[in-house]
Design a protein around this ligand. Structure first.
Ligand code: NAI
Ligand code: MG
Length: 539
């Protein structure tokens, strides 16, 4: 995710940052517990982890405005991706806790004050929340980095500010949501009421914990709904901190309930709950399908899904090659490659292919990988061992299927989940690395000859989330933007994610749109009210 010229901001902040630590090092205090399986791979170049400059103050479930333990008393460990060490044990919700959270949200919806409050008051609470986010920007960023392995500068300078911006955007909507009057063929007064939908269940992933939290709660709260939100078991910390700030800003108890927990237990309990009126999900396509099924089998709650992708990034023969190389690199490697919209199929025109591959390789070899708390770092570790192993498997499959490994290909260091920026050329459409969502720092470069061919190949996937188009020819740009079956097309840019820009997928990349005014409709019911008119002056 990126916004506000995020790409520019990020490269500026990285080039101005010193390569030294932003914070102090942990020495031997934090010992690696990671499996030794890969220990004889590349030399250990990742130094001892820098001590995270923040402490974990919120580890419980947030239900009805209070931090409480799980009914079972169970906890789950959240790990530091730099080492695999435990950061904290957080309360682990299961079905009973979801029942408690849904009951609190139901009460806050049915009895108020939230939906009954003037929209202006809701707006003011959200605006105060944004001010508090700004005040606690660096703490939130540090928690996010510690729990997810993202570069601290990316969190502090881009993601938390984007989150704050998004809260202000939806605060702005709160008092502008209303229905219409509509004409009828007979003497009737017809009005539409835009009502909050009720208790909303929201399930978010680990790749952008704070941004996904905000994409979900922003529009839901602006519309007057109440919420039960489940974070990913891999990254529960930042949303708890942020939710505490939202209560400090004046959010009434029960309006936002936040639980940590696992998908098949807590997540499934939300998706199949009979008293949850709507569910919104971001994550894998398989889990999205399971959620749709649970919604259908329970109370037929409407579902929005933001799922996986295998987005084409198309470099035409007239593109500025240096710019294309840099953007393609960003499109794939940003956030350790853990982006649903990553430009993971880099299609390059045959006339510029060789030059592009050489430069893409050189750029990947220059990418700075290391402790995400260190200044100037572009890439931290992958989120966990499972994702690490999945990515390593795809790299192996790329080599075995005959793609040319230009750069990377193995892990970095011998602890944590660091992977060297990896580039494959001579990738063919039927290779697994060209078909599956890898969700890691692995760039696949494919060759194409003409527009018709690249359109057909770009669309030949079950996914349809996003695409990048690099050309200086406006006609080529128009041809491609209309032909590509995807929810977002970035022309001569990538990952522009401003608050008002809708985001979502075609095909198996999802249903519905998030952000912008489009996401409001996910959280509203439209009620038509029809009243007879007596001797109306006009119709
Ligand atoms: P996932 O889709 O299983 O997890 C996402 C969220 O769904 C988490 O909060 C999880 O607890 C919850 N969940 C899992 N199973 C559930 C169930 N049966 N019922 C209800 N909720 C459930 O994704 P995971 O396992 O973390 O990653 C697997 C792959 O998914 C990644 O390798 C990547 O390809 C893709 N992914 C895509 C994301 C996106 O932004 N679209 C984000 C994260 C992962
Ligand atoms: Mg973690």
């Amino acid at each position: 995710m990126a916004s506000l010229g995020m790409y520019r901001q990020l490269s500026r902040s990285l080039s101005s940052a010193s390569a030294s630590s932003l914070f102090s090092r942990g020495g031997n205090a934090t010992r690696s517990r990671v499996s030794r399986k890969y220990s004889n791979a590349a030399a250990a170049v990742v130094e001892d982890p820098i001590i995270a400059p923040v402490s974990v103050n919120y580890k419980q479930l947030l239900i009805d405005g209070k931090f409480v333990n799980a009914a079972s008393g169970k906890t789950l460990p959240t790990l530091d991706p730099r080492t695999g060490d435990v950061i904290a044990h957080v309360a682990e919700a299961d079905a009973e806790d979801i029942n408690r959270a849904v009951a609190a949200a139901r009460k806050a919806f049915d009895e108020g004050p939230w939906p009954k409050m003037p929209a202006y008051e809701r707006q003011r609470i959200l605006l105060r929340f944004a001010d508090l986010l700004e005040k606690h920007n660096d703490e939130l960023a540090a928690l996010e980095t510690w729990d997810s392995g993202k570069p601290y500068e990316q969190c502090a300078k881009v993601e938390v500010p984007m989150m704050t911006r998004l809260v202000r955007y939806y605060a702005g909507w709160a008092d502008k949501i209303h229905g219409l009057t509509a004409p009828a063929d007979g003497p009737y007064h017809v009005e539409t009421l835009h009502e909050p939908i009720g208790v909303v269940g929201q399930i978010i992933p680990w790749n952008f914990p704070l941004l996904m939290f905000t994409w979900k709660i922003g529009p839901a709260l602006a519309c007057g709904n109440t919420i039960v939100l489940k974070t990913s078991d891999l990254t529960p910390l930042s949303a708890l901190f942020a939710s505490n700030l939202l209560h400090e800003a004046g959010l009434p108890p029960g309006v936002l309930n936040v639980v940590s927990g696992f998908g098949p237990t807590a997540g499934a309990a939300i998706a199949s709950h009979m008293d949850v009126d709507k569910v919104a999900f971001t994550g894998s396509t398989n889990t999205g399908k399971a959620i749709l099924e649970m919604a259908a089998k329970s109370n037929l709650k409407p579902v929005t899904l933001e799922l996986g992708g295998k987005s084409p990034f198309i470099v035409c023969e007239d593109a500025d090659i240096d710019k294309a190389v840099e953007l393609a690199h960003f499109a794939l490697f940003f956030n350790q490659g853990q982006c649903c919209c990553a430009g993971s199929r880099t299609f390059v025109h045959e006339r510029v292919y060789d030059e592009f591959v050489e430069k893409a390789k050189a750029r990947a070899l220059k990418r700075t990988v290391g402790d995400p708390f260190k200044g100037g770092i572009e890439q931290g570790p992958q989120i966990d061992m499972k994702q690490f192993e999945k990515i390593m498997k795809y790299i192996k499959s790329g080599v075995e299927s005959g793609a040319t490994l230009e750069a990377g290909g193995d892990r970095l260091g011998n602890k944590g989940y660091y992977i060297k920026p990896t580039v494959f050329s001579n990738v063919k459409d039927d290779m697994l690395i060209a078909k599956d969502e890898i969700f890691g720092p692995v760039q696949s470069i494919l060759k194409f000859r003409d527009l018709d061919e690249v359109i057909r190949r770009a669309n030949n996937t079950h996914y349809g989330l996003a695409a990048g188009v690099l050309t200086q020819n406006i006609e080529t740009a128009h041809t491609l933007t209309r032909a590509l079956r995807v929810g977002s097309v970035w022309v001569n840019c990538f990952d522009i994610f401003d608050a008002a820009i809708p985001f979502g997928g075609y095909k198996m990349s999802g249903q519905g749109r998030e952000k912008g005014m489009y996401s409001l409709s996910n959280y509203l019911q439209v009620k038509a009210v029809i009243t007879p008119l007596k001797n109306p002056a006009w119709l």
